[in-house]
Design a protein around this ligand. Structure first.
Ligand SMILES: NC(=O)c1ccc[n+]([C@@H]2O[C@H](COP(=O)([O-])OP(=O)(O)OC[C@H]3O[C@@H](n4cnc5c(N)ncnc54)[C@H](O)[C@@H]3O)[C@@H](O)[C@H]2O)c1
Ligand SMILES: O=C(O)C(=O)C[C@]1(C(=O)O)C=C[C@@H](O)C=C1
Length: 323
């Protein structure tokens, strides 16, 4: 199955959009890349970085004649974007996205798309805490999962064509149901971010003297949390607004487990603590054995150090994914 598209339209050009532009171009997967953003400043930055061939503030103009359209904006912007692009989409085009949440995306985008296009939502499980067009790098997706959540009405060869595109950029691809995706990602990605935002927020609320001690003596555990908690506030606001049910379900379980730990600490129950930590260590080992410990080794960003390894206690506890 060919992974090639004539014209790729990227709506939004931050970390993920620019990484797709760089990877698709490097692998020769597209002839033309059209980029649409909301702000002139971002568009100028994308142009300076030579990320595409067509630059516009009008999403409708970008998607005209495109056989592949990928929404790469925060999910809160999807509804408005779908309304704008829906009427001008090329018949036969594949419409996809990279949003961290999938059921909501189907709900707000699908109603605005014509029957003549194929809507295949997607989510590359790869990222960093950086944002904006200059944050992207072509190797971001290497060895990382990309989840596709096609509806039942999408022909298999269309999903396979999009999967081939992601594989050509280095991803491993798996298809699943949107609701299942949201539940899995709630515990492997969304709750870890919530916990990181919370623990760093707790430090921010400490009195000044204690706070400076924490910063001075912070070793890798807390530093890992600060990296995650530096992630884009708008993107993560939208994730928690749009994956509310799955996040609350997983948060409930998380808090139950936390109170078990709290009790073990309070009562001096060393056996329970050790048993729990032994279980979580095994999960960490299984992640390493699966070859998913850190991001790709060659980051291709000469101006910046590679992101630090992302696996933290919370991810190990959650037991699934990382990026
Ligand atoms: N950052 C990650 O680790 C990561 C990983 C996988 C998927 N995602 C998903 O990818 C999407 C983009 O995330 P990112 O990290 O590239 O964010 P980013 O902040 O780096 O970039 C977002 C870009 O979207 C555009 N944009 C913002 N608001 C817009 C609007 N209202 N209309 C049109 N364009 C708009 C801008 O060009 C902006 O640069 C999000 O939906 C996010 O959930 C992020
Ligand atoms: O490594 C990071 O910075 C990330 O948080 C990446 C991460 C994740 O949680 O794994 C964040 C959000 C995405 O939707 C996918 C990947």
């Amino acid at each position: 199955m060919s992974a090639h598209f004539r014209k790729l339209a990227l709506i939004g050009i931050g970390l993920i959009g620019s990484s797709i532009a760089l990877a698709a171009r490097r692998q020769g997967l597209v002839d033309v890349i059209a980029i649409a953003t909301r702000r002139q400043e971002t568009l100028d930055e994308a142009r300076d970085l030579k990320l595409g061939d067509i630059y516009t503030l009008d999403a409708a103009e970008a998607v005209r004649g495109a056989d592949l359209v990928i929404l790469c904006a925060p999910v809160g912007a999807y509804d408005a974007l779908a309304r704008i692009i829906g009427p001008v989409l090329e018949p036969g085009a594949i419409i996809s996205d990279v949003g961290s949440v999938k059921e909501h995306v189907v709900k707000v985008v699908a109603p605005h798309l014509p029957k003549t296009v194929y809507f295949i939502p997607g989510h590359p499980i790869a990222g960093t805490e950086h944002s904006g067009p200059s944050a992207g790098f072509a190797e971001l997706f290497a060895g990382r999962w990309c989840v596709l959540t096609p509806g039942a009405d999408v022909p298999a060869d269309k999903t396979e064509k999009l999967a081939a595109f992601w594989r050509a950029m280095g991803s491993k691809v798996e298809s699943m149901d949107a609701a299942h995706h949201d539940m899995v990602l709630a515990i492997t990605s969304h709750i870890p971010h919530l916990v990181a935002y919370n623990i760093v927020g707790t430090v921010a609320d400490l009195e000044t003297a204690t706070q400076s001690e924490v910063i001075k003596f912070s070793a890798s555990g807390f530093r890992d949390f600060t990296r995650i908690a530096a992630s884009d506030p708008v993107m993560w606001r939208d994730v928690f607004l749009t994956n509310r049910d799955a996040v609350l379900e997983m948060l409930g379980r998380f808090l139950e487990d936390l109170s078990v730990l709290q009790r073990a600490v309070r009562t001096g129950d060393g056996a329970s603590l050790e048993a729990m930590f032994t279980r979580t260590r095994a999960i960490r080992r299984s992640i390493i054995d699966a070859g998913q410990e850190t991001t790709a080794p060659d980051f291709g960003r000469p101006h910046e150090a590679p992101p630090e390894p992302t696996v933290t206690f919370v991810r190990e506890h959650g037991g699934g994914d990382d990026a």
